[in-house]
Design a protein around this ligand. Structure first.
Ligand SMILES: Cc1cc2nc3c(=O)[nH]c(=O)nc-3n(C[C@H](O)[C@H](O)[C@H](O)COP(=O)(O)OP(=O)(O)OC[C@H]3O[C@@H](n4cnc5c(N)ncnc54)[C@H](O)[C@@H]3O)c2cc1C
Length: 381
């Protein structure tokens, strides 16, 4: 049985972000055990198209060094299909509501400042503790999205646009998320967002040899060590343990009873085909709630990525003819809500990732938090 100071389970941005921070600090006695090294950010075989996480924001300062920007996403390049039919961003019917929109955009700048400070704090302290220091964000974290929309008089914008953004980015309606998640998603209307090419090699370069492709099936506490067993029969002992897998796996491996949040699920397809004439021309199509489908995005190589709530979606609703290249079920994709899964589980064990704030940047920072705790402990010895 091999003894290692730190075992990191999971090769998404959280696990790799933790490994990168340890490696950058010269703490190299670690091993990443993972089923893959892309997690929720897979690309098509030719790496031209993102098939999972799709966009980043200009404020993803921690993640930006590991991407090449593909193109800016502009929301006016969209067809917006709502409950009451199609509505364009530059529609005269929006005019009476512009003031509310402008006021909200200004308000989002305040939210952005608070969130940037939260990101800075959560690199070295738990989310719960960081939120306690910021009542403005804490209140939003616990507030239902629908109430936030009402309080800010955003009903019109939510009905025609924002709910579609929420569905396209988070796979759920505004009524199912918190004010905090709503605002994080809506930052995309104030600050630039981009399609990107994940350069995972750039992230793992300093510690590539410390990645073991395997699946962890059991974690046990043995004295003051963690014993980690993989499906291929390998066993490791470690002082520190970082579990950076999706929420369900982390809770099952560590036997954590966690109050689950709203489950966000989606079924996606990558395809080529001839889109119906009424949907042709624009880059993105935000699909109506009634359809049970979520969004359609045209790619530079002429293919499309389609997301639906329905496992049995029907592509002939949108295409005259098509050929499916690949499909994927994201079930669950992630959880959204106000129950916090504490990152520090005691006994040098950390659960990190997108459990509490489901965005790439925040997941990466939670990995940095685990690394910070491990380095802090090491400096005390
Ligand atoms: C479909 C989808 C679309 C999204 N879109 C966006 C977006 O556009 N923008 C954005 O900012 N965020 C988006 N998100 C959220 C964001 O991608 C995630 O919050 C973030 O990538 C999570 O990173 P992670 O490292 O916590 O987990 P993951 O990326 O899920 O990685 C988990 C890792 O654990 C490994 N693993 C799992 N089980 C085991 C095991 N038993 N043993 C070993 N390894 C294991 C997996 O192989 C994987 O490498 C999206 C998420 C999904 C699912």
């Amino acid at each position: 049985m091999r003894e290692i100071e730190t075992i990191i389970i999971g090769g998404g941005v959280a696990g790799l972000g933790c490994a990168r921070s340890l490696s950058d600090a010269g703490n190299n006695n670690f091993l990443v055990v993972t089923k893959d090294i892309v997690g929720s950010i897979p690309e098509s075989k030719d790496t031209n198209v993102n098939l999972g996480a799709y966009y980043i924001q200009s404020s993803y300062h921690n993640f930006l060094p590991y991407v090449d920007i593909r193109r800016r996403i502009r929301l006016h390049e969209g067809i917006w299909l709502g409950e009451e039919g199609e509505r364009a961003v530059f529609d005269l019917r929006n005019l009476p509501h512009v003031w509310v929109y402008v006021r909200f955009m200004l308000w989002l700048r305040k939210f952005h400042r608070h969130h940037e400070e939260l990101k800075r704090r959560t690199a070295t302290e738990s989310l719960r503790s960081a939120l306690e220091k910021d009542p403005f964000l804490q209140q939003l974290y616990n507030q239902p999205g629908a109430k936030f929309v009402r309080d800010h008089h955003l009903e019109y914008w939510s009905r025609h646009f924002m709910n579609q953004v929420s569905r396209a980015l988070g796979f759920v309606d505004v009524s199912e998320i918190t004010g905090f998640i709503f605002c994080l998603g809506m930052l995309t209307i104030v600050y630039p967002m981009y399609e990107f090419d994940y350069q995972v090699d750039r992230l793992v370069r300093p510690f590539k040899k410390k990645i073991l492709m395997d699946e962890v099936i059991r974690i046990k506490r043995q004295g003051d060590q963690w014993q980690v067993t993989s499906v291929s029969g390998k066993s490791f002992m470690s002082r520190n343990l970082v579990v950076a897998t999706p929420t369900d796996t982390a809770c099952a491996l560590l036997k954590i009873e966690h109050e689950r949040n709203t489950v966000a699920r989606a079924f996606s397809a990558h395809l080529r085909g001839t889109v119906k004439a009424n949907l042709d021309g624009d880059r993105y199509v935000f699909l109506s709630q009634r359809s049970g489908d979520l969004a359609l995005a045209r790619q530079d190589d002429g293919t499309f990525v389609f997301y639906s709530h329905r496992r049995d979606y029907d592509l002939s609703d949108y295409f005259d003819d098509y050929e499916v290249i690949s499909t994927r079920a994201w079930d669950p994709a992630f959880y959204l809500g106000s129950h916090i899964l504490d990152e520090d589980r005691g006994n040098n064990c950390y659960v990190v990732g997108g459990h509490n704030i489901t965005f790439i940047e925040n997941a990466l920072i939670s990995g940095q938090f685990a690394a910070h705790k491990i380095l802090q402990q090491a400096s005390l010895q």
